[in-house]
Design a binder for this molecule. Structure first.
Ligand code: ZN
Length: 447
């Protein structure tokens, strides 16, 4: 254990809980323009669950991907804890001199939570991690305590723990594009899903980026590091199924791309080995977050006002419900990491005509920008066949946009009824645009 705060920055000791907390706030006070410290919530025993957010213009929202690392939800798996503190320090101290780090800080919002389970880590006292346990103070395994895509809420039969609630609340507010969760007890990258055998629609992408992580870690370490299972990577279910894990929760419910990084065979690693583990993983850590800059990205706005929209972005013919991504309602920016290829995107926002953009090509390690302006959909209430409801309407015309599931469209535009009662069986989505002219007086209020 470190005896002083200064000792921590040799990165070969575990900090006390109080030194950890002061360090997290010190990042904020030393680098106020780059870094801010955020309390996501409190543990069962009232300890702070802390994140730092790092970005240029850290206090304003920009069109930048939000990326996230979190460690040690199992309180006795602590290698990632110190590595995350070191990563924060490394980013802040080299910003402006290291061009790659500077570009990352300028182009993304980096969120880091070094310690997701402080009560488990400091089980005996705030001053030592000796005696750290896997669970929280209630001995609940937090990596079984999240809502599960297959099993639903409370798959472990336990109430949501304070630490779980803190993470769920902040995940709901943020729009994390890519994330990683550090554990120990093995040396392997675990990618989704954990809860079922079915492969994620982005399975090949996960395999390729997980491979890249493990390959770099192997290149910077002695022979044998990060080689478990398929030479350092595995599908979660193939290794062993878990229910209520955080990885599936982030990916399924929040559209992130989260992997579980098992970073050291020994859970409570001899602290003298922490600097070596930093060197093994340093390149992989930064490369993982940088993935957020690749693939397709852009901004979704209202075509009339230019305001940002909360939209769902789906890759046609590829996405299942679990793999679509969401634009950030604050800015309208979205990010969809994809392997090289040609894709069609569908942009959906409630109250807007669905927009389809085809033939978008993606090349390796580069970004294709696709902005989307969605046209507001006007909804007409009451009957629209001029039999009395809207006396004020002089003229009424309909434009119909439709997207087909496949097969040829109807021979002529409105060959059958368009009210969904069966006329056009292939309709996937149907929106009406109505132009109207009034004789005078106020228009219908429900347009
Ligand atoms: Zn673990």
């Amino acid at each position: 254990m470190a005896k002083t705060q200064a000792e921590i920055t040799s990165w070969d000791v575990y900090p006390s809980y109080t030194d950890y907390v002061s360090m997290m706030y010190k990042f904020d006070s030393l680098y106020p323009n780059l870094c801010t410290t955020i309390v996501a919530g409190y543990s069962e025993l009232g300890r702070e669950i802390l994140f730092v957010k790092i970005s240029d213009n850290v206090h304003s929202q920009e069109a930048e991907p939000e990326v996230m690392f979190s460690s040690s939800m199992h309180g006795n798996e602590l290698c990632g804890y110190v590595l995350m503190l070191r990563m924060i320090d490394s980013i802040l101290t080299t910003y402006g001199t290291d061009p790659e780090i500077t570009a990352m800080v300028d182009n993304m919002e980096i969120w880091i939570n070094p310690l997701a389970n402080p009560d488990g880590a400091y089980r005996i006292s705030d001053s030592t991690v000796a005696g750290a346990i896997r669970g929280n103070s209630n001995f609940v395994d937090l990596n079984r305590n999240f809502p599960d895509p297959d099993e639903g809420d409370h798959p472990d039969g336990k109430s949501w723990q304070a630490e779980t609630v803190a993470m769920m609340n902040i995940a709901e507010k943020q729009n994390w594009v890519i994330s990683g969760n550090f554990h120990g007890g093995a040396e392997v990258i675990n990618y989704p899903w954990d809860t079922w055998f079915t492969r994620h629609p982005d399975d090949l992408w996960y395999i390729s980026v997980s491979r890249q992580y493990a390959d770099s870690a192997q290149a910077y370490s002695p022979f044998g590091y990060m080689t478990l299972l398929n030479n350092g990577i595995t599908n979660g279910w193939d290794w062993y199924p878990i229910f209520g894990g955080r990885q599936d929760y982030m990916n399924y419910f929040h559209g992130s791309r989260e992997i579980t990084i098992e970073i050291s065979n020994t859970k409570l690693l001899n602290p003298a080995l922490l600097p070596a583990h930093w060197e093994y993983n340093r390149v992989s850590l930064f490369d993982w977050l940088r993935q957020a800059n690749y693939g397709i990205s852009g901004i979704v706005t209202d075509s009339a006002t230019g305001n940002p929209l909360a939209a769902t972005v789906t890759v046609i013919g590829r996405d299942a419900a679990s793999s679509r991504v969401f634009s950030d309602p604050d800015i309208g920016d979205y990010y969809r990491m994809l392997r090289p290829g040609t894709y069609s995107l569908q942009f959906y926002a409630e109250g807007y005509d669905t927009l389809l953009i085809t033939a978008v090509s993606v090349s390796a390690d580069s970004a294709t920008v696709v902005n989307a302006e969605l046209i507001p959909t006007f909804w007409l209430c009451g009957d629209i066949d001029n039999n009395g409801q809207f006396q004020g309407i002089l003229e009424l015309t309909f434009l119909v946009d439709f997207i087909f599931r496949g097969g040829p469209p109807p021979a002529n535009e409105l060959a059958a009824d368009v009210d969904g009662s069966g006329g056009i069986a292939n309709l996937l989505d149907l929106t009406y645009i109505v132009d109207y002219v009034f004789r005078g007086g106020p228009g219908p209020t429900c347009l």
